[in-house]
Ligand binder design. Structure first.
Ligand code: FAD
Ligand code: 5PR
Length: 368
């Protein structure tokens, strides 16, 4: 396993529980998640349940009453998402839950170990110059994947004009309530302003104490995409969020441009790619990590069921599982290009299909 992020820890845990002996090589010296908050849906929550991470995850995460969308502070929709499983949490909490599950399942996690490449026959090379052989190599080393690049798999990158800076700050619910008493401050609130200037704040409570806020602006807008944030600009457009914007302004922050990566293929011999190394996507549907964990589970199951031909089993896994991830990538890119999310009622039809998928259901590909 190359990479100890959400994809790598999930596939490692699933494989270990299915009887494999598993080693995760993580480049960073410390095992922790970068970034702020995250939304997960049924597709990944099913996987987290199956690998035993569910209860720990639930202890510090929440399901907000609704996903609200506003345009110029006018409510467009409040989607209560009846019958849809979803939860919000911080990234560090999700990572810690996965790491606990991995260790309890006997996964060996080696920090400070950088992978520089792999070959189709299952040989992995490390920055130290050492090599190792494996029956299955998984490249879960993120959007800049060394495993993917070493295999020379052709890819296409599509960049968007918009990008985002994300923060974890204290909830300050009472202060927000004092400023806007009629607002349900436990909701996810997607505050859009398109006119006269494109500025958006996605407000996501992650638990009782922590709030995830993501500030979006076009990369061409120098003040909007500046970090640390331009407090005066953001509070002038979103005065009701002033208390939490003041906290965000004290954090250095980093502006990420949206992008999609599409590969010719996700596998090469005994090597499979999952997560951002294979299918990085725009965050609109909140499915980057979700699809990473979904594909981690299905890959572990497919590799475990493989008899003597691992490369063929991996190709068949990609054939079956890739369409649902392609759909999430396409929909997320489309939302990023059109900003159609600003109209509200976004989680319907094809835009909710990945979220509803259950990768642990053995009957999921049967035509009914
Ligand atoms: P990563 O999290 O990038 O992990 C890769 C790991 O590999 C890292 O630990 C890295 O240090 C390690 N590594 C890298 N290179 C090497 C190497 N050579 N050798 C060894 N180790 C290496 N997704 C959601 O599901 N919901 C959301 O709400 C959501 N919001 C997002 C918001 C933004 C602004 C962005 C940019 C993304 C968002 N995503 C979301 C997507 C999500 O963050 C990613 O899809 C997810 O983190 C991918 O997991 P991963 O394990 O594939 O990659
Ligand atoms: N949803 C989530 C998110 O974090 C972002 C978006 C949508 C949970 C941005 O980070 O549309 O950009 C989005």
């Amino acid at each position: 396993m190359s990479g100890g992020g959400f994809a790598g820890l999930t596939v490692a845990t699933a494989l270990a529980q299915m009887g494999w002996s598993v080693r995760v090589h993580e480049r960073a010296r410390e095992l922790r998640a970068e970034g702020a908050g995250i939304v997960l849906w049924n597709n990944s929550l099913q996987v987290l349940d199956r690998i035993g991470a569910g209860p720990d995850l639930a202890s510090r995460s929440m399901t907000p009453p609704a996903y609200e969308t506003r345009m110029n502070n006018v409510i467009q929709s409040q989607e209560t998402l009846e019958g849809v499983r979803w939860r919000t949490m911080t990234r560090p909490h999700l990572h810690a839950s996965l790491l606990t599950a991995a260790r309890e399942s006997g996964v060996e996690v080696i920090a400070g170990s950088e992978v520089v490449g792999a070959t189709a026959d299952g040989t992995v090379t490390f920055a130290s110059g050492e090599t190792a052989e494996a029956d299955l190599v998984v490249g879960a080393d993120g959007v800049g994947s060394a495993v993917r690049d070493s295999l020379g798999i052709p890819l296409k990158r599509e960049r968007s004009g918009d990008g985002i800076t994300r923060f974890l700050v204290p909830r300050r619910k009472a202060e927000l309530q004092a400023l806007e008493p009629d607002t349900e401050w436990d909701n996810v609130i997607d505050f859009w302003n398109l006119d006269p200037r494109v500025l958006r704040i996605l407000y996501t409570p992650a638990n009782d104490e922590e709030l995830y806020i993501a500030l979006m602006s076009p990369s061409a807008d120098a003040d909007g995409s500046r970090v640390p944030i331009d407090l005066e600009l953001w509070t002038s457009v979103f005065p009701q969020l002033a208390p939490v914007l003041e906290d965000a302004a004290r954090i250095p922050g980093r502006y990420y441009g949206y992008q999609t990566t599409r590969l010719d293929r996700w596998t090469e011999g005994k090597v499979a790619l999952i997560g951002d190394s294979a299918h990085a996507m725009c965050p609109a549907l909140a499915q980057g990590a979700g699809t990473a964990m979904q594909n981690a589970w299905t890959l572990a199951a497919a590799a475990t069921a493989a008899t003597d031909d691992m490369p063929e089993a991996l190709r068949e896994w990609e054939r079956l599982e890739r369409p649902i991830t392609d759909l999430a990538q396409d929909r997320s890119q489309w939302y990023a290009d059109t900003r159609e999310m600003a109209k509200g009622n976004q989680f319907v039809g094809d835009s909710i299909r990945t979220a509803l998928y259950n990768p642990t259901d053995p009957q999921r590909h049967e035509v009914t």
